[in-house]
Design a protein around this ligand. Structure first.
Ligand SMILES: [Zn+2]
Length: 298
């Protein structure tokens, strides 16, 4: 087992998600990084210009610019496209990164609570999910491991391992104490886990834990001009990770026509009405609830 020592903490990948930016500042100002003397912790604001302007990004979403072919494409010279290449030089290069773990701190406007988003089901990620869920039962563990490695476009893909801490609901450009506290606790648990993982002292992990597995995105209906023809049904508002059965109403058009969930499984929605998806018109992401048996992976 490879030890994880070099850990990069990143905030401000999206400039209007304030919890990560201020959590790093708080820890810096109060020497909190010393709590983990076994680790080499670094802290970075990924998109300082977007943070200054308190916008998600200047030109394009930085957290979608890290696919391998995009990083190697010389014609991609937009602001975030160049910034992604710079971050890839700083932390990577992707595939050869000395950074053993990157923790990227995000907020969502959706009511997702403290959500740990994981990209792989290997011993490290499964152990981390089990540890966080055991120590913070209200946390949600979400797996989005359906994409092949080279297609992954997140900043964390540059490092050897990467996880996203996604906490909400918090409006963009707003700093709420409860949200910051949730992010702080989850990030502390992650770092505590890394120390235990390195020491091989994970014997107290639960046998299994609840998680959610990405399945698909639901998009709002639009007309030829790209204007919305409907919205998320009010009964789903704030109900992230609450089950939706096949046939249940998930959206409604402005002429009052209900749109039902046409799948054949019980879906658990997240990112319901997330503000950042105003361009993509995504209504929500869907997932399945799964029980992860640690022994299958550890
Ligand atoms: Zn974000």
């Amino acid at each position: 087992m490879k030890k994880i020592t070099r850990v990069a903490l990143v905030g401000g990948t999206h400039g209007n998600e304030l919890s990560g930016i201020y959590l790093l500042k708080k820890w810096r100002d109060h020497n909190q990084f010393q709590r983990w003397p076994q680790l080499e912790l670094s802290q970075t604001i990924a998109n300082p210009r977007a943070c200054e302007q308190s916008v998600r990004y200047i030109e394009t979403d930085l957290n979608r610019e890290f696919a391998l072919d995009a990083l190697q494409d010389d014609e991609r010279v937009g602001y975030e496209q160049l910034l992604a290449k710079k971050l890839n030089r700083q932390f990577g290069p992707r595939g050869k990164s000395p950074i053993e773990l990157m923790i990227d701190l995000h907020n969502t406007t959706s009511n997702m609570g403290a959500c740990l988003m994981l990209l792989r089901k290997d011993a490290f990620n499964i152990g981390l999910g089990a540890y966080v869920k055991a120590n913070m039962p209200e946390a949600v563990v979400f797996f989005q491991d359906e994409l092949p490695e080279e297609k992954k476009r997140f900043l964390i893909s540059v490092a050897q391992q990467g996880v996203t801490v996604e906490v909400g609901p918090q409006p963009n450009s707003v700093l709420q104490q409860e949200t910051l506290e949730l992010m702080e606790r989850m990030t502390q648990h992650i770092l505590d886990f890394v120390v235990c993982y390195n020491e091989g002292s994970l014997t107290s992990l639960p046998a299994d834990f609840e998680a959610f597995q990405y399945t698909e995105d639901l998009v709002l209906p639009t007309d030829e001009q790209g204007q919305r023809l409907g919205m998320v049904a009010k009964r789903l508002e704030q109900r992230d990770f609450q089950p939706i059965e096949p046939g249940e109403v998930v959206m409604e058009t402005f002429d009052g026509t209900p749109i039902t969930w046409q799948g054949n499984y019980t879906a658990y929605p997240l990112f319901i009405n997330e503000a950042a998806y105003h361009k993509s018109h995504a209504a929500m992401t869907l997932s399945r609830r799964v029980m992860i048996r640690c022994a299958d992976y550890l």
